[in-house]
Design a protein around this ligand. Structure first.
Ligand code: GLP
Length: 261
C-alpha cells in the first residue's frame, strides 16, 4: 500500500486529480468509480478546473457510483446521483448515459444490486476507484460487520452514519434514508487501483484503524490491505494517529515525482 501524506488538503486533492488525469490520458475509455461525501470534493473541483483548461477529458470514460440512498425520489438533490452530477459529471464532458448508479428508487431495490454488478462487468470492470472513509471505517456504505467478500446489495445504515450524514439533510437525522444500495467490499476490491482520500483530524482514527490495525469486518476499509494496488492520500491532520508516519513519508511522500502512484 502506498500511504502518501501531503502537507495540505489541497495537495491531497491535486494528487487524486493527477492520478485520474494520468489514467484518462493513457486510457481515455477508462472506467472510473466515483465516491460521494465531502472528502473527494476538492479533487473533483480540481478535475473540473483541469477539464476547463483543456487538460482532462472524460469524453470516452464511463463512471460508476459507489452507492445510493434507497427511497429518495429520482432527482432528489441529496441522492448521490444528483450530488455527483452537480459536483463533477455535469461540469465535465462525461455523457449522462455513461454515468451509472444503483437503481435505488425503482420497484426492485433488492434486485438492483445484481443488475449493477452486471453493468460493472459489462463495462469491463472498474479501472480506478476513488474512495472516502466513514467515521466508523466504512467504505461505500459497507458498515461494520459487512462481509469482506460482499457484492452490491441493500444495506441498513448505522445511527452513527445517519448522524454524520444529517448535515446534507438540513441537520435532520430522521430525513436521512435508513437503507442504501452499495457496492460490496468484494466489488470494490475487484477494481484495478483503489485511491482513498481522507483529510482532517476526524479521519485520523479511522485511517489508523484501517491501515495499521487488523483486517476486520468491524473496520470495513481495512479490507483494502488485501488489494495489491491501493493508494491512500491523506493530509497531515489525518495522519496524526499513524505509528509509521515517518516511514510513509520516507517511502512515499518525499519522492521527487508521483510516477509510482
Ligand atoms: C458516506 C459515503 C462514503 C463516504 C463517507 C464519508 O457514507 N457513502 O462513500 O466515504 O460518507 O463522507 P465524508 O467524506 O463526507 O466524511
Amino acid at each position: 500500500m502506498e500511504i502518501v501524506i501531503t502537507a495540505t488538503p489541497e495537495s491531497a486533492a491535486e494528487m487524486v486529480a493527477d492520478t485520474c488525469e494520468r489514467l484518462l490520458k493513457h486510457r481515455p475509455e477508462a472506467v472510473i468509480g466515483l465516491a460521494t461525501g465531502s472528502s473527494p470534493l476538492p479533487a473533483y473541483q480540481e478535475m473540473v478546473r483541469r477539464h476547463r483548461d483543456g487538460r482532462m477529458s472524460f469524453a470516452g470514460a464511463t463512471a460508476f457510483l459507489l452507492d445510493e440512498y434507497v427511497g429518495l425520489p429520482p432527482g432528489h438533490p441529496e441522492s448521490y446521483r444528483e450530488f455527483i452530477r452537480r459536483e463533477l459529471t455535469d461540469q465535465v464532458d462525461l455523457s449522462e448515459d455513461r454515468l451509472h448508479s444503483p437503481d435505488a428508487s425503482g420497484p426492485d431495490p433488492a434486485g438492483a444490486g445484481v443488475r449493477y454488478e452486471q453493468q460493472i462487468s459489462d463495462a469491463g470492470g472498474i479501472d480506478l476507484q476513488i474512495l472516502g472513509i466513514g467515521s466508523d471505517g466504512h467504505i461505500g456504505f459497507n458498515e461494520p460487520s459487512s462481509s469482506l467478500g460482499s457484492r452490491t446489495r441493500m444495506k441498513t445504515l448505522t445511527a452513527q452514519t445517519r448522524r454524520d450524514n444529517a448535515r446534507f439533510f438540513g441537520g435532520d437525522q430522521d430525513a436521512v434514508p435508513r437503507h442504501v444500495i452499495t457496492q460490496g467490499i468484494g466489488t470494490i476490491l475487484d477494481a484495478g487501483h483503489l485511491v482513498m482520500i481522507a483529510t482532517g483530524s476526524s479521519k485520523a482514527g479511522p485511517i489508523a484503524a484501517a491501515f495499521e490495525g487488523p483486517i476486520t469486518s468491524m473496520v470495513p476499509a481495512s479490507a483494502l490491505q488485501f488489494h495489491p494496488h491501493t493508494t491512500v492520500v491523506i493530509d497531515e491532520d489525518a495522519a496524526v494517529e499513524l505509528r509509521h508516519a515517518g516511514y510513509y513519508r520516507e517511502a512515499f511522500s518525499n519522492k521527487p515525482d508521483w510516477q509510482h502512484l
